[in-house]
Design a protein around this ligand. Structure first.
Ligand code: UDP
Length: 321
């Protein structure tokens, strides 16, 4: 017996972190593409609200479980998407050991599940693998500049280990694996209080509170709208490419520029104040997406202002609710 009746010819995808920001959008896309989805999440940073609209959908099941413990899924599984992890710097500072465990033990368990089921495995990796990069923009063949013992090391090194064990399963067990290096992403279902710059600035602007720029605001990031990111990940999952692929939007801006754009779009009168720069905060970040363009025929489409407006609408709805 599987999670679903065996009569269906639909492919089954397991999404760890399926109640999270990206995992829930990915689950939606997979169902739209004709998959059945088993979402697994311990809900420490994910939220039932993100998948509430899928309750009762016969192509969707939810299992509450910490994937750092052995994962048991009965029946057919064709794809394992490993997306479980705290992902905001504030979250992984508060949850350093669960972050290390889900990147290491969780990835091992998810790979073991994929091997047992002869499923395709897709790892959600990160631009944090490049650390505070000395190569700009970042190409996939750059090995990165990571402080292993710094506060961000719990996330960066866990994800670097996750990439290493994924490639070992590919080479040693001939598992069909893919690795996506995800750059800064924003959109509906981000947690309002996750501490990341997009929800922080939007909620500060909407509440007419001071907008907190860390450092002098000259550090850069490049923000990708969630639907573009999910499209890149879906294409990678369907491809036969095994090396890491950057998925992100190369439109780079300083954090100070970003703060001013949020003030302009919201029409907020908030002032901008400076706060200390967190340790090891990367000074620049921008994906080189040549590989994704070439191999997946993918590039981002959403324009910044519309994406931010959608995100603002979501936060306003959440506040009202
Ligand atoms: N940042 C900021 N104010 C905030 C939150 C973040 O200036 O209230 C800065 C942070 O120092 C970093 C950038 O915004 O340079 C992006 O931070 P985020 O936490 O979103 O993720 P990161 O890209 O660092 O992983």
């Amino acid at each position: 017996m599987g999670m679903f009746e065996a009569t269906s010819s639909k492919k089954v995808a397991v999404v760890t972190g399926g109640a999270g920001f990206l995992g829930s959008h990915l689950s939606d896309r997979l169902i739209t593409e004709g998959f059945r989805v088993i979402a697994i999440d311990n809900s420490i940073t994910g939220s039932a609200d993100n998948i509430a609209h899928l309750a009762g959908n016969q192509d969707f099941k939810f299992i509450r479980h910490n994937v750092s413990d052995f994962i048991f899924v009965p029946g057919r599984v064709d794809y394992v998407f490993h997306f479980a992890s705290p992902a905001s710097p504030i979250d992984y500072l508060e949850l350093p050991i669960p972050t290390l465990k889900v990147g290491a033990l969780g990835t091992h368990n998810a790979l073991g599940l994929a091997k047992e089921k002869k499923a395709v495995f897709i790892l959600a990796s990160t631009s944090e693998c490049y650390g505070d990069p000395l190569v700009h923009p970042q190409t996939e063949d750059y090995w990165g500049n990571v402080n292993p013992i710094g506060p961000r090391g719990v996330y960066d090194e866990a994800k670097r280990f996750a990439e290493a064990i994924t490639m070992a399963y590919h080479r040693h067990h001939s598992l069909d694996t893919k690795i996506v290096r995800i750059f800064n992403t924003y959109g509906p279902r981000m947690r309002l209080k996750d501490g990341r710059v997009v929800p922080a600035f939007i909620s500060q602007a909407l509440n007419q509170e001071p907008v907190t720029v860390f450092g002098d605001g000259s550090q850069t990031r490049s923000f990708c709208y969630v639907s573009d990111l999910i499209d890149g990940i879906f294409r990678l999952a369907m491809s036969d490419y095994h090396e890491p692929v950057n998925i992100g939007n190369p439109r780079e801006m300083t954090i100070l520029e970003f703060a001013n754009k949020i003030l302009q779009i919201t029409g907020s009168k908030s002032e901008i104040i400076k706060k200390p720069l967190p340790k090891d905060d990367p000074k620049v970040r921008r994906p080189d997406i040549t590989r994704a363009r070439k191999i997946l025929g993918w590039e981002p489409k959403a324009d910044f202002e519309s994406g931010i407006r959608e995100t603002i609408l979501y936060f306003k709805d959440r506040k009202a609710a």
